[in-house]
Ligand binder design. Sequence first.
Ligand code: C2E
Ligand code: CA
Ligand code: CA
Ligand code: CA
Length: 277
Amino acid sequence: AKRRGRNRAVAYRPAFDATLSRRLQLIHQLRDALERDEFELAFQPQVAADGEIAALEALVRWRHPARGLLLPAEFIAVCEDSGLIVELGRRILRDAVWCQRRLAAAGFGHIRIAVNVSAAQFTDDLYDDVAQALHGRPLADGGLDLELTERVIMDSPAHAIELMQRLAGLGVSFSIDDFGTGYSSLAYLKRFPIQRLKIDRSFVQDLGQDASDAAICQSIISLARALDLHTVAEGVETEQQRDWLRERGCEELQGYLWGKPQPFETLLPALQHGRWG
Ligand code: C2E
Ligand code: CA
Ligand code: CA
Ligand code: CA
């Protein structure tokens, strides 16, 4: 909504009401969707230098009865603001753990499942949610990777470190998502129990055309190396981007070059039939 000073507020009210009512409607629909179990996960591989899959990132989708398959951009923000993300996040964790167990049963236990975690989920309850998802049966070490943004962990760093250490005790590993877009204090970065930095797609996009993006990617890779962390680049779409990143030692790559996110039920057979590695 536009805001051009106090005297204009009345003129914009109707639009505001319409937006608010649409939001309330969406929250209502999201509650029903949770009840009806309309959310599902799509997975996208994180590919190591040798072409093997190192991880699968779980990305949530909403199978809307009328509108078809909806991407997170359509509903995640409202889930976060309304608090529904906590319950949705629990289901996602449970599904992710289940998929990792199926991977392990099929001989792919070394492939971790990466799960995105929103700020609203990153409370002490997250420990209980992960423990509950594991159901007393731990995964292979690092089999569950939580992707946290800088914003999420820098909000209250000391508390974040403590929570992450407890989660690490459950075998969880951590990646910093969208790295470079936030405001991480470098001094703090080394105090977090993290394994990976994910280079945001916005920096990968123009590699080759934009000198400053190349400089940013290079410095993230160097920084990670100095801190003994791995780098994962997201949004890799071209062979040029792939080669540029690999030549500079980025350990894992993810993007449409290897395919769009897909259901676990199609990914697992692809793995088993050796389409990968
Ligand atoms: P993200 O964590 O940065 O995830 C990467 C997004 O980039 C995904 O969009 C993915 O499908 C897309 N992507 C992957 N490769 C490429 C590529 O080569 N080119 C382009 N243009 N895009 C690519 P998606 O699935 O729409 O997810 C959007 C965002 O929604 C995610 O950004 C993440 O912040 C959030 N999200 C997704 N799933 C979950 C979830 O289960 N829980 C939470 N809390 N947030 C989620
Ligand atoms: Ca992510
Ligand atoms: Ca993200
Ligand atoms: Ca991103």
